[in-house]
Design a protein around this ligand. Structure first.
Ligand code: NDP
Length: 462
């Protein structure tokens, strides 16, 4: 080895940092990873994994109702929050333990401390104060939830991190935001019987998604019993004598609730990392600036995952980490292609989406053809008021290449994972049509949509 303590030192044992560290150590190189909390990162500890358990927990409400329509006697089910919460957190502990074990098995040294840059090759560990040097450093510190620090009474609010540890299920909650986290948790808590209000500054939630998805989710929130207040923001939070919080809105409304939650986006977690000591350049909201190989402004320092604010999703961080190892330690420069990354929003019903929205497709490719359908899936037909399913295919006119697929409905995340292969492969609408349906399924609609959708303003006679 060289004059350094480590060949690779990774800051952050989340999805990206763990994958890069393990792959590098398995090559026989000396690797350490520093983690100030617990191995697993946002996804395992306070994000995707516990969130999905909460989605499952809350989803039983609809299942019980549906079961009745199929002839089941289900009595009056009740929900035990502490029992569920503890089971969920025990599973999170187990997974975090597996992350630690896998690091050890690969030969990575796990240092359960914070690491901060002293210079471009030196890090100080805290609280021990030990200094270590590394030939190559990987920044994989992820992101942190934003709150509006300037808001009066902000100290009475919480963020998504805290929702997995609530002592008791609140009777009422207000959530600020209209993105992934706000929508997912609004439906979780509404289904669990919490009086839930969502306050969004825009007019339709999930900005950046296809408009049909946004409308379906917005309506879905209301159907789930969420009170949705748009075009306004919090102006002040006051804690009352009874412990409840009075939230004042810019539109003059006042909401009195048990819990106030901020879900207004996440920023790169670079504060206090000492990046300036190493000369690592950052951009908007502290995100580390990188090139297509995840290399920062300092040639031997790289960054992957949410800290770079590219596509902030766990599987993307993992792919970026794999490319980093290929580039740096396998002498095979590999850039990750961030196009056509499928994603899901675990609302109820959920969203699955891949590729361009209709608006993006029109902007990038001019004329496009749109195929879309909305229907009541068979599974709910015996029930009183089934959720609808929305499916949409956006096709480039001329080449007939499928540019985007957008689904809202049960199993949409599972369906989109498979469809993403076709979209990533650049398949055409004809190839979708040539694929035989699986019947009876909801997904068969994706290979049986034949009629182009015409916007109302372009229909004949108008
Ligand atoms: P998002 O960026 O998705 O949404 C932020 C929301 O907060 C937007 O509705 C935004 O409004 C609003 N907002 C931003 N600033 C303010 C403000 N000052 N006052 C009021 N409202 C504001 O962030 P999330 O926190 O929901 O999620 C963070 C990221 O985590 C996501 O982008 C995603 O990458 C990842 N994630 C992925 C999940 C998944 O894959 N299922 C689940 C959860 C998170 P506007 O629309 O007007 O900008």
């Amino acid at each position: 080895m060289s004059d350094f303590d480590y060949d690779l030192f990774t800051i952050g044992a989340g999805s990206g940092g763990v994958r890069a560290s393990r792959l590098t150590a398995l090559k026989g190189l000396k690797v350490a990873v520093a983690e100030e909390h617990r191995p697993g990162g946002t996804c395992v500890i306070r994000g995707c994994v516990p969130k999905k358990f909460m989605v499952y927990a809350s989803g039983f409400k609809k299942q019980f109702e549906l079961a009745k329509s199929y002839g089941w006697e289900v009595g009056s089910p009740s929900f035990d929050w502490p029992a569920f919460r503890d089971a969920m957190n025990a599973e999170v502990d187990r997974l975090s333990g597996i992350y630690a074990k896998n690091l050890g098995n690969a030969g990575v040294e796990l240092i359960e401390e914070r690491a901060e840059f002293i210079d471009a090759h030196t890090l100080e560990l805290k609280p021990s104060g030990r200094r270590v040097t590394a030939k190559c450093i990987l920044i994989a510190t992820g992101g942190r939830p934003n709150v509006d620090e300037t808001l009066e009474g902000v100290e009475h609010s919480i963020v998504s991190d805290h929702l997995f540890h609530l002592k008791k299920l609140p009777s009422s909650m207000v959530i600020a935001g209209g993105g992934y986290i706000a929508c997912e948790f609004a439906e979780v808590f509404a289904q669990l019987g919490v009086q839930t209000t969502l306050v969004y500054r825009g007019d339709t939630v999930l900005r950046g998604f296809d408009d049909d998805v946004r409308e379906a989710v917005h309506e879905g929130l209301k159907r789930a019993g969420v009170r949705v207040i748009t075009k306004t923001v919090f102006t002040r939070i006051e804690k009352q004598g009874d412990g409840k919080k009075a939230v004042h809105l810019k539109n003059g409304d006042e909401l009195v609730v048990d819990e106030v939650v901020f879900a207004i986006g996440r920023d790169a977690y670079t504060a206090g990392l000492g990046l300036e000591n190493a000369g690592v350049a950052t951009g908007r909201n502290g995100a580390v600036l990188v090139d297509e190989y995840s290399r920062t402004s300092v040639p031997h320092i790289y960054a992957v995952g949410d800290v770079t604010n590219r596509v902030n999703l766990t599987p993307v961080a993992i792919r970026e980490a794999v490319c980093f190892v290929e580039t740096v330690f396998n002498d095979n420069p590999t850039a990750y292609d961030h196009s056509n990354v499928a994603s899901a929003v675990f609302t109820q019903p959920p969203v699955g989406t891949v590729g361009l929205t209709e608006a993006e497709a029109r902007h990038e490719h001019g004329e496009v053809d749109v195929y879309k359908t909305s229907f009541r899936p068979m599974k709910g037909m015996l029930g009183p008021d089934p959720d609808r399913m929305m499916m949409k295919i956006v096709v480039q006119r001329g080449t007939n290449r499928v540019l985007g697929v957008h689904i809202v409905g049960d199993d949409a995340p599972e369906i989109i994972q498979a469809i993403a292969i076709a979209v990533k492969a650049g398949l055409t609408k004809e190839q979708f049509d040539a694929t035989c349906a699986v019947h009876p399924t909801v997904a068969e609609e994706l290979v049986t949509m034949r009629e182009k959708w015409t916007p109302p303003e372009l229909r004949p006679g108008r």
